[in-house]
Each structure stands twice: as structure tokens, then as C-alpha cells.
Write a protein that binds this ligand. Structure first.
Ligand SMILES: Cc1cc2nc3c(=O)[nH]c(=O)nc-3n(C[C@H](O)[C@H](O)[C@H](O)COP(=O)(O)O)c2cc1C
Length: 398
């Protein structure tokens, strides 16, 4: 099977352009041994490469390319299969866009094509190539600075802040996790995670299951009530069907909030996009009651379920929490970047607040921050040993 892989990257600062022809002739030889062909475009700052060949060969070459320090911010734009090679000349060819005038450069690149058919058909690979040559989409190239510039520092004085006290609490399988705005150095809210495994292990009839789910959500609110600062929100996960199957679930939650001496505006119920909503009309009615009581709604694991953006045409939550499956390695995945940008555009039009969850790597956080996300959650911001919040800090460079 013929695989096509396309990526773009940024030349590293200390790499003189004059080394490129030599690098390319060596790379070309290696590509030949793998039966990989393609084209490498360079515009003075960015590379764009199409690799074509047997899947194993393309992956082997791409692995080497990814670990090459002569470029960074490598974003994989496309991986697909095709019946024929677009650029089938042996090895690999470098094409410097700067050596051609603007009006004829695209044609000059296409002239390098070796496909039986003209390279002007409606083909995704060629549309990517054209977008790069015409320098469109450049506003979406977020250059993530090297992670070595950042330290993640735990502020010793914050050891006993209410937030850090909460994040060390774990009771009845309920734990608390900070959501933060790293640049403002502010914890903006807390999420109570209820370990549903303990709930699911118990063989209960469905109604008992929902009763237990509701009881744990109220328990989480009560535990947080002792500590949660007045200006901070608490997200509490609940199964969507709990709000439907327990007729007075909303009333019980509101009463639980009052007992915890919190106000309803501090609580956001987070329902998972993945949980099946089998009675959407009844769910919408429960949400109406929640909102009337002042409790807001968040959609959790957004993007991991099947509903996706179409969910937002039926229910507009106050917040969405983008799932870790989308944020993981977003900095080097073109498809993930496109999905995040679509979510952000949509949420901005609907005035829905977005939280990026599951952040493990500094590059993920930096890319998402550049895309416009302010609130983050994930192990990157929590010290493994102490569970205290760890803040990103620029390293001092002499
Ligand atoms: C923008 C760019 C494109 C590259 N393209 C290829 C390529 O198509 N094939 C290849 O073998 N090496 C390519 N390389 C070089 C590899 O990263 C690597 O240096 C080369 O495979 C030799 O591997 P080695 O240094 O481990 O011997 C490229 C490097 C850069 C910076």
C-alpha cells in the first residue's frame, strides 16, 4: 500500500541554509533504500515535505526526520493512502520557493510531479501543497518555544492555601483537581473527580446506580464546601441520566449546595459527552431546571464521544472541557489543531467557555494557549509528590 505523509516544520535558528543541499543529497540516498520519494519545499523559514512510499519506509524516514534538531515545530498535516505517487522521482528533491517568482511558483512545483495524471485534480495532498506555496493559513502556524525555556515551580508558600488543601483531599473515591490560568498564575476553578469505577463495580439496578451517583456528587459539594474560596467554581461530574431518572435530582443538588454554604453560581455540573443521553428531551428539561436554579452546565470529554459539534446545536452548555484525546500531542498534529480551532470558533460564537484538559506536556499547553485557550487542567500543573499546583516560569537565561 502506498502511504502519503505530509508535514511542515520550522528551520532551527542556528542552521545555515547552505547545509541544505548536502542534507538533501544524503537524505535522498536513504529514501531510495526505503523506496520513498517526495518533495521538500523550503520558503526561507518553513519546510513542507511530502513523503510517499510503502508504509514501513515512510514511517522509518519520518521517525528520523522528527528527531532531527535542524528543525522544530514539526506538525503532521496528513497521513493517507493513494493509488499512485505524485512525486515519484528517486529519493527526494529540494525546492526553494524563494528562487521562483510568485506567479509561476505553484506551476513550477507542480511541474516536478510525476503522476500519470495532471497534478491539478482535487487531491488533498496537492491542496496542502498549494496552501503552503501560496502562504495561506500562516496565521495558524503557532510556533511553540522550546520547552527548555520553562520550569514548573511549586510555590512553597502556597502549601496550605485552600486550593492546595483541597487537591490533597481524597475521600470516598472523590479527588479534587485544579483548573488554572497559567499566565495569570491563578487557579480559576476546581474539578471534583468521582472515581466511577467504585460505583460501577457495585451491581445495582439502574435507579440505585443513579441514586449513588447523585449522592456522591452531593458529597463532593459538601467536602469542597469547607474549603472552596468564594470566588472559585467547582465542577462536579454527574451522569446525564441521573438528572433524568431521579425526579428531584436538581432539588437535591440545590439543597446540597446550600448545606455546604456555597452559592449555586459556584457549581457547574459536568456531564460527559460520552455518556449516552437516551432521553434527550427529558435531559433538556432537567438542564432547564438546573439553570433556573443558577447551576451551570459543562460538557466533559468534549470531542471524545460521538455527539461532537452537533451536540451544541441541541444544548448550549456554559463550559466545555476538551478531552485529553484531542489535547494529547496537539502541537504536532494538524488534524487535532484543526479540530481545536473549529471548537474554539464555535464556542466563541456561542460564548461558551473552553477548558483544555489532560495536559501532560508543556508543548501542548503552549500550543493551546497560542490558539486562545486560557484555562487548563492536567498533570503538567500538579506536582507529583505534593499535589500542589506547579506554575510555569520562564527560566532565567544570562
Ligand atoms: C526538513 C528536513 C527534511 C528531511 N528529509 C529527510 C528525508 O526525506 N529522508 C531522510 O532520510 N532524511 C531526511 N532528513 C534528515 C534526517 O533527519 C536524518 O538526518 C537522516 O535520515 C540521516 O539520519 P542520521 O543522521 O541518523 O544518519 C531531513 C531533515 C530535515 C531537517
Amino acid at each position: 500500500m502506498l502511504t502519503t505523509l505530509i508535514y511542515r516544520s520550522h528551520i532551527s535558528d542556528d542552521v545555515p541554509v547552505k547545509i541544505l543541499p548536502d542534507m538533501v543529497s544524503r537524505a535522498s540516498k536513504l529514501n531510495e533504500t526505503q523506496d520513498v520519494t517526495g518533495i521538500l519545499l523550503f520558503n526561507g523559514t518553513h519546510f513542507f515535505q511530502i513523503l510517499e512510499g510503502p508504509d514501513e519506509g515512510v514511517q522509518y524516514v519520518y521517525q528520523r526526520i522528527c528527531s532531527d534538531v535542524r528543525h522544530h515545530n514539526i506538525v503532521e498535516l496528513m497521513q493517507d493512502h493513494a493509488p499512485y505517487r505524485r512525486f515519484g522521482n528517486a529519493g527526494m528533491e529540494l525546492f526553494d520557493l524563494r528562487e521562483h517568482d510568485k506567479d509561476s511558483v505553484l506551476q513550477a512545483v507542480l511541474d516536478k510531479g510525476t503522476s500519470l495524471y495532471q497534478l491539478t485534480y482535487d487531491d488533498r495532498a496537492l491542496q496542502f501543497l498549494r496552501t503552503f506555496v501560496e502562504a495561506r493559513e500562516k496565521e495558524n502556524y503557532f510556533e511553540v518555544p522550546p520547552i527548555e525555556q520553562w520550569d514548573f515551580i511549586v510555590d512553597e508558600f502556597e502549601e496550605y492555601t485552600p486550593v492546595n488543601r483541597l487537591t490533597k483531599t481524597s475521600e470516598h473515591g472523590i479527588s479534587f483537581h485544579p483548573i488554572l490560568d497559567p499566565f495569570a498564575r491563578k487557579v480559576t476553578s476546581i474539578q471534583a473527580i468521582i472515581n466511577t469505577a467504585s460505583v460501577e463495580d457495585i451491581a445495582l439496578d439502574p435507579i440505585e446506580h443513579h441514586r449513588l451517583d447523585l449522592a456522591l456528587a452531593i458529597k463532593a459539594i459538601r467536602i469542597a464546601g469547607n474549603t472552596l474560596p468564594e470566588d472559585m467554581m467547582l465542577y462536579v461530574n454527574i451522569m446525564p441520566m441521573t438528572l433524568v431518572e431521579i425526579p428531584d435530582a436538581v432539588e437535591q443538588i440545590v439543597a446540597g449546595i446550600a448545606d455546604a454554604e456555597l452559592v449555586t453560581a459556584q457549581i457547574s455540573l459536568a456531564v460527559s459527552e460520552m455518556a449516552l443521553i437516551s432521553r434527550p428531551d427529558a435531559f433538556v428539561m432537567a438542564v432547564t431546571k438546573l439553570k433556573a436554579a443558577g447551576v451551570s452546565l459543562a460538557i466533559d470529554h468534549f470531542g471524545a464521544g460521538t455527539a461532537g459539534l452537533s451536540l451544541l446545536t441541541r444544548i448550549q452548555p456554559d463550559k466545555i472541557r476538551i478531552d485529553a484525546s484531542i489535547t494529547r500531542n496537539v502541537h504536532n498534529s494538524g488534524p487535532k489543531q484543526a479540530v481545536v480551532q473549529a471548537i474554539l470558533r464555535c464556542c466563541s460564537a456561542l460564548e461558551i467557555w473552553v477548558i483544555a484538559t489532560g495536559i501532560e506536556r508543556a508543548e501542548e499547553w503552549m500550543w493551546l494557549e497560542a490558539a486562545g485557550i486560557i484555562n487548563f487542567q492536567g498533570p503538567l500543573f500538579t506536582c507529583d509528590l505534593t499535589h500542589n499546583v506547579a506554575w510555569p516560569e520562564l527560566k532565567f537565561t544570562a
